[in-house]
Design a protein around this ligand. Sequence first.
Ligand code: HEM
Length: 401
Amino acid sequence: MAPPSVFQRILDYSNRADPYPLYAELRKTPVRREEDGTYVVSGYEEIVSLLHDPCVSVGRPQPGEPQDAAKEPPSFIRLDPPEHDRLRRVAMRHFGPPHSPHRVDSLRPELLEIIMDLIDSMAGRTRIDIVDDIAYPFPVTVICRILGVPREDEAGFHDWADAVIESLDPREEGRQERLRRRENARVELHRYLGRIAAERRKNPGDDLISGLVADEGPDGAMSPTEVAANGTLLLIAGHETTVNLITNGMLTLLRHPELLDRLHHEPDLAIGLVEELLRYEPPVHLRSTRIALEDIKIGGITIPKGAPIVLALAAGSRDPEHVPDPDRFDPDRRPNQHLGFGGGIHYCFGAPLARLEAQIALTELARRLQNPRLVTDPPPYRPSPELRGPRHLLLDIDGVT
Ligand code: HEM
């Protein structure tokens, strides 16, 4: 049997805690064909070029995915133009820039209040879990409020959201089972959001779902299924990602105590710090949803029409051809162009919110946790190589101020 390729070793769980040396090996061939015909792209320039290439589609079923998946109600992360652009524009009108540039920043006091409550509730404890106590409940509470989804219902949709996220795992083993679980979860989530949308149509509120169901703007209204599908996307897109950004942030700060101390005294550091985290320890490592619509010449080879493409975003953000001294964590790095939020037409829709959430969470944790210490380093990781992050991050503390 052939030895595992570098990419297969990246997918292997035993390398989850530190995949970065393998990414360096992968980048020696920035566009590399795997034995099964998948093309793995790891150079910064090559990834950026494919993110902007109209010959790269996200709209086709992936290998192993049911052929009728394309007929499922679409959310814009899995649609090509022009449908992608129409639905993204409608959602954007109710969410953030450019149409309502102050919308996200106006959430700052509310976000601060939520994080303060979460930190207050840890009073009296000497051991905490950054994931379960802060990094998970914080973004989930925020997105529920923005969408107008009752926070109490989270217990109900938590497992469905997990199933959708697990299905992003590109590994072969268990794939069919993950896809089956995802289909069930997607149906349940669409049903749930569909009920909320119908209710908001009758009794509109000040939330995003109410905005979407009432929108009669230049792009026309979203259909009820489109509201359910895209509401589901927004509900879960920030789940695991922001959780991992906050958790990776705390882990990195505890590995660089001088920066934790600096953030404590210099809260403005949070802006550059979060940007550098998105480059150096990003939540999204791989994107494996793309297919070549035509032959594409790139990195000295041709990706043939119909081939699946994996974009190794985290490898691209540490490409020494693009960024000097890429393995050094430096929150003062300027400029800092990274692939943490992707690029091109699918650039992260929630980026302004995710940035603000992570800045606020890390600043308040640095300010209020007394003498935090890591219990285990490295911490236990979740299985996914695509959305990579710790399952728990246990800290011992002397208390909270
Ligand atoms: C797309 C990362 C938080 C909503 C993306 C993409 C990345 C990403 C890499 C591009 C996917 C691709 O090209 O295939 C992240 C990270 C986050 C985060 C690292 C947190 C730290 C959020 C939040 C929301 C959100 C909070 C929603 C409120 C979306 C949506 C898309 C997207 C809707 C699809 C955009 C499109 O297809 O046009 N995100 N995300 N994300 N993200 Fe995020």
